[in-house]
Design a protein around this ligand. Sequence first.
Ligand SMILES: NC(=O)c1ccc[n+]([C@@H]2O[C@H](COP(=O)([O-])OP(=O)(O)OC[C@H]3O[C@@H](n4cnc5c(N)ncnc54)[C@H](O)[C@@H]3O)[C@@H](O)[C@H]2O)c1
Length: 453
Amino acid sequence: MRGASHRAGPAAVAGGAIRFSPDGNGESPHESTAREHRSTALAGRPGVPPRADRTVSNSSGPGVGTPEGRAEHGEPLGVGGLMSAAQVTSAADVADRKRNARREDARTLGVAVVGAGYWGPNLVRNFQSSPNFRLRWVCDLDVDRARRVLGGYSTVRATSDYSQVLADPEVDAVAVATPAGTHLEVALAAVRAGKHVLVEKPLAATYADGARLVEEAAGRGLTLMCDHTYCYTPAVARIRELVRSGELGEIHFVDSVRINLGLVQKDIDVLWDLAPHDLSILDFILPDSVEPVAVAAHGADPIGAGRACVTYLTLQLSSGAIAHVHVNWLSPTKVRTTMVGGAKRTLIWDDLNPSQRLAVFDRGVDLTAPQDIGVSERREMLVSYRTGDMVAPALKEKEALRAMVDEFAAAIAEGRPALTDGRAGLRVLDILEAASRSLEFRGAVVGLRAGGR
Ligand SMILES: NC(=O)c1ccc[n+]([C@@H]2O[C@H](COP(=O)([O-])OP(=O)(O)OC[C@H]3O[C@@H](n4cnc5c(N)ncnc54)[C@H](O)[C@@H]3O)[C@@H](O)[C@H]2O)c1
């Protein structure tokens, strides 16, 4: 069983790192309205000269009294009359402002959000507050839901007809926040319409579907990104730096616990509900040279829900290290910790401890035996314990979804893969599918596809 995860995401768990607003719109409707008007005025609509042809004028005409009106309809600056110094200055200011606005508009991407259920409104809010995007549509099979997300004063359009969204040439990108079982259909249609695509985790319902998406987007030179939200939290960004810079030394083990009295899902087990978070974090922080090669999963359904409610995953890494993930819907207490043990240092991330989310320990075990003696002799030797300092790195305060949305814009603008691109989504699907198979075979070790990184 597999599919979308519900109400299990960072909004519900990240201790304020991600804000959830009930109407999904943290921005004043008036701000979004202003942005729409600005882009409308500049976007080459009928009656508006093409961008390159626009000139700035001090003469009167339709729209006199507004800088916009003068610019669109008058004579070129400095022609046909004397101007006072003040007039010249203000005309120059207007010209500057217009040039800046044009530059800004050229960099702004039109975006549509599809799916206005639990998670979609978080995307809507972040696209609306990003200067890199202009939200044009919210699409949901239930159009009233889309309207409610936008509120009464927005000029962003709500629709239940996805083809309208895809036909809009000013939509450069589509964000898919529908249930995972529909990701392939919705995202593929967007790619085929030439749109860049952001897909919620998990990338698709199966590895084969995800691979199809990756292939189609790559073939068209379009950005395909997967929203692995946790990877954009300041804590995980810092963990990635610490691991990949070698500050922790060679990684020996990773241990991730995500347990809570969680909502027992109707269509997916706890593995597909919660583990995508831990697996995407693991994928994100490991150095490129280290990758999971096999997984064994054990699960239980002690309440007779018809699907695993408690699951333990053990991953073998290509370096010989080990990673463990514990996901559980039945725990009376909530725990969200990840430990990364290295040869030099070990870090502990406790996402529920805002005053000290991250702690790096200069403590560990050293083998005192020289390297050049045999294995059996080394085993006889005693280990020594290092007890150094613990440092709690300062973390920036930035909403993860905002960082994710910024990365989507940057990847499109720079024509490079996003930090959590479609391939990262595919690697997570590979582990989830292998772990499901392992669960069926009571913990058998199942190999992963090689070379995904
Ligand atoms: N990144 C995270 O941390 C996180 C957290 C929660 C959910 N999610 C993901 O977000 C996605 C949506 O989850 P949700 O909990 O919001 O689901 P939901 O069921 O609450 O909402 C889905 C919405 O999509 C609409 N929809 C379904 N098919 C559609 C279609 N073909 N066209 C237009 N609209 C359609 C439904 O009407 C519904 O309003 C899932 O992929 C889920 O895994 C991610």
